[in-house]
Design a protein around this ligand. Structure first.
Ligand code: NDP
Length: 285
């Protein structure tokens, strides 16, 4: 009887990486689809990234995810980078095309699907406030600009990072973007359609923390999005819910960015419900 005991390999390089839950949902998806694939969560130090990337070429990995601190550094180790990942300035997913390794960024695409499908909002023509100017904020900003958002206002604690994000949004994604230094309470006015917390304020284990924003002047139709998937309901999401505002948690973004990666790697439609349930179980929901 013919047999094939060779598994296809993908995974994640990061440091720290032990708490990254992506493997849970990807392995659940491979099992559900009957694929002999493995997702390996691997600690790779900053100085080890180039060797690790040579390793995945040598071992024929089908792809890899990158997390802190590798999303920018990996770009010069690839054969090509997709246009939107280049605009964002970071890669979170690498896929293979023959022997070539191509960089992609699925974070912003995952957010966009979440706000459209789970949030029921098309960002086209919308005025958006983004809190934060790190990797997640950059990915979300670029995809919102490409999706036709009318205005992006970026609040960030560090001026340098905030201004650099806005200047890249304007020059690379032709966005109508501006920067405000975040040194005191951000008052969300009624002109704002969408508020996105793309900082790590409130991320486990710091679950009591909340971004310094006031929703007192917000329009009733404001949508409040938090990128943080753990805890499942941040204090910001709870505060918005208590006011009757629409909310979007970080879970849809996490599932969809992984689902997009699954399809890039395997060429098959991802079993999204299986992936969502696996993550929900991992978060104890
Ligand atoms: P980065 O480290 O690149 O950026 C962190 C951002 O948070 C910066 O803008 C930083 O501001 C800001 N920040 C952190 N602490 C504070 C504070 N105390 N006060 C004010 N600002 C603060 O991280 P990422 O962009 O990669 O990740 C951000 C969040 O997004 C994380 O919580 C992560 O879990 C989440 N995420 C979720 C995903 C999903 O699929 N749901 C995918 C990717 C990320 P400053 O520049 O001033 O330091």
């Amino acid at each position: 009887m013919p047999a094939n005991y060779k598994a296809e390999l993908v995974g994640c390089f990061g440091d720290p990486v032990a708490e990254n839950p992506t493997g849970v949902m990807q392995e659940a998806a491979f099992n559900a689809m009957g694929l002999n694939w493995r997702y390996l969560t691997i600690e790779v130090k900053r100085e080890g990234l180039a060797d690790a990337m040579r390793g995945i070429r040598a071992m024929g990995f089908q792809g890899i995810n990158l997390t802190i601190p590798h999303k920018v550094a990996v770009m010069e180790l690839l054969d090509d980078v997709a246009p939107d990942a280049r605009m964002i300035g970071a890669v979170n997913t690498v896929r293979r095309e023959g022997n070539r390794l191509i960089g992609e960024n699925t974070d912003g695409k995952g957010f966009l699907r979440g706000i459209r499908e789970d949030g029921g909002i098309d960002p086209k023509g919308k005025r958006v406030v983004i809190l934060g100017a790190g990797g997640a904020a950059r990915a979300i900003g670029v995809e919102l600009a490409l999706a036709g958002a009318a205005e992006l206002v970026i609040y960030n604690r560090s001026q340098e990072r905030g201004q650099s994000m806005v200047s890249d949004l304007k020059s690379r994604a032709k966005a109508n973007a501006s920067f405000e230094q975040w040194s005191k309470t951000v008052h969300v006015t009624e002109e704002v359609d969408i508020l996105v917390n793309a900082t790590s304020i409130g991320l486990f284990p710091d679950v009591g923390a909340m971004p310094d924003v006031s929703l007192d002047g917000a329009r009733p139709a404001l949508m409040v999005c938090d990128v943080i998937p753990n805890p499942p309901e941040t204090r910001l999401v709870q505060a918005a819910r208590a006011r009757g505002l629409k909310v979007l948690t970080g879970l849809p973004m996490l599932v969809y960015q992984g689902a997009i990666g699954f399809e890039m790697w395997t060429g098959q439609k991802p079993p999204e419900q299986v992936m969502k349930e696996a993550l929900s179980r991992a978060f104890g929901l």
